[in-house]
Design a protein around this ligand. Sequence first.
Ligand code: ATP
Length: 213
Amino acid sequence: MQPIGLFGGTFDPIHYGHLRTAFELRQLLRLTEVRFLPTGNPPHREQTIANAELRLRMVRAAVAGEPAFTVDDREMRRSGVSYSVDTLAELRAEHPRRSLCLLLGMDAFLGLPHWHRWRELLALAHVVVAHRPGWKAPTQGPLGEVMVDHGTGSIRDLHEQPAGKVYIHAVTQLEISSTELRQLILAGRDPRYLVPDEVRRLLLDTQCYSPHT
Ligand code: ATP
């Protein structure tokens, strides 16, 4: 059985940087599925701007045309703060022997040591890191050690073992961020070609990032 990719994020809003990364990693790693997991109440940043229900609608709209992309709303259904380690433990219990690949941008990877019980993550899943513009792989500190102990350049490792490897790979760099998108919309500009049309439509209809909301 081929690995499942897990792509968590606030997705406030989802954009082509997320979608292209998921698409390229799915092809490269031969993932059967990339599962998008929008966060409920994110632990490491200020409150999201669009509410959970709308972020979920945008993610669903964005992936609707790609059968290998699925949406898992378990973090949104959980009350209180939701931690990736709990989500991964649940998924591991559901798929005891399956390879699970947690897909992260380099910025998210560099923040990993601040995640709740982060050292347990690699017992539950592999970590696959997509390069983002301007970010370098860590060589020092706790993540430098993680790279020495868990780093691999072999996709086969990700297929043959259920968890425990860190694989870093360059993806087409689309320098789009949700923060910049919100600022652009707030400034009255059009997010066209930065997000799928269906997401743009929801942004326009709900005015969720517009100044008066
Ligand atoms: P923000 O600007 O608010 O930080 P974001 O655009 O980084 O948001 P998130 O929902 O926080 O979006 O990111 C979810 C995941 O997608 C993270 O692992 C992040 O590193 C990755 N990611 C975000 N933008 C890109 C991009 N342009 N290319 C590749 N990966 C990305």
